[in-house]
Design a protein around this ligand. Structure first.
Ligand code: GUN
Length: 305
């Protein structure tokens, strides 16, 4: 029977585990763990993500503030803002929501976040800890993928894992985390020769490309575990009909758009032994892991661990 890997359930478990840890920080340091989120600009998806992040933080008992500087802020002024957050004792985690507007040097900004407060795990220092197998703050989405696999008793050690996508946020850290779990890892990208053929060698296939339903039946070995990291909105009726089939258009008709991952949903459901649905798979885990990273940062900073 096909196993659907339920990200909402895993998120709820992780959230529950965070609550007593947040309370322990409070008891020990006489303050809650603290998270600062910086949101520059009016990207609607970013606004939704940030609202969800701060709402979840509140539910767990994490103090949080959202800083929304004027969209015309310069790189220098944003750096000043980060330096202030770096030295504020009650802030354990700093998250700069991406993407930043084009006029801001995102690399400079991410480099300025104090590594011990880098709850996104994007700082080269934290990437270096991951690459060298040392404990540290791990990027949330790939860490969430490992969590959902483990909590659903999917073996990783000794399996062939194929990651499609080599981004700094997902693909590269995903490959390193799978390696840390003793998988045999292949990373594919736009220049990979015979991409479907390489993907068919996967026991665990992770798609993180950002292209709607690009991974189709010819990429999936029957019985593989498929993790779909993509979240893409389909707004074109013909494309939606192509992906979901003419008999499955009710959700699209209702909203005028529909979410789809990087994997063709029908092919994935038909061929995989286990898979993460979109929505409701990997998406909810990113926020849960951000909460866990914030608490871990607070525990380290307050001397609890
Ligand atoms: N934008 C899309 N995903 C992410 C993420 O995981 N962290 C941040 N900071 N921005 C994002």
């Amino acid at each position: 029977m096909t196993q659907i890997l339920d990200g909402n359930r895993t998120r709820d478990q992780i959230k529950e585990e965070c609550i007593p840890r947040a309370q322990a920080v409070y008891k020990h340091a006489r303050r809650p763990p603290g998270l600062a989120v910086i949101l520059v600009g009016t990207n609607p998806a970013s606004q939704v993500y940030v609202r969800n992040k701060t709402k979840t933080a509140g539910e767990i008992g994490i103090y949080n503030e959202t800083l929304s500087p004027d969209p015309s802020i310069t790189t220098e002024d944003l750096l000043r803002l980060i330096r202030i957050l770096n030295i504020r004792n009650e802030i354990d985690g700093i998250l700069v929501q991406l993407p930043l507007p084009d006029h801001i040097d995102a690399q400079k900004i991410l480099l300025a976040v104090a590594p011990e407060k880098d709850v996104d795990g994007f700082h080269p220092y934290n990437m270096g800890l991951l690459a060298t197998g040392r404990p540290g703050l791990r990027p949330c989405t790939p860490a969430g993928v490992i969590e959902i696999l483990k909590r659903n008793h999917i073996p990783i050690a000794g399996r062939n894992a194929v990651v499609i996508g080599r981004s700094t946020i997902v693909g590269k850290p995903m490959a390193l985390l799978l390696l840390e779990e003793n998988a045999t890892v292949t990373v594919c990208h736009s220049k990979t020769a015979d991409l479907p053929g390489v993907c068919r060698t996967a026991d665990i296939l992770v798609a993180a490309i950002g292209r709607p339903a690009m991974v189709t039946a010819d990429f999936i070995r029957p019985g593989a575990v498929v993790v779909d990291v993509g979240i893409n909105a389909i707004t074109e009726r013909a494309r939606a009909e192509q992906i979901f089939g003419p008999g499955n258009m009710a959700a699209f008709e209702k909203r005028g758009s529909q979410l789809v991952g990087d994997v063709h949903p029908g092919d994935m459901a038909r061929l995989a032994s286990a898979y993460t649905p979109v929505p409701g798979g990997v998406g909810p885990l990113t926020i849960a892991m951000l909460m866990r990273n914030t608490i871990e940062a607070a525990e380290r900073r307050t001397g609890l661990c």
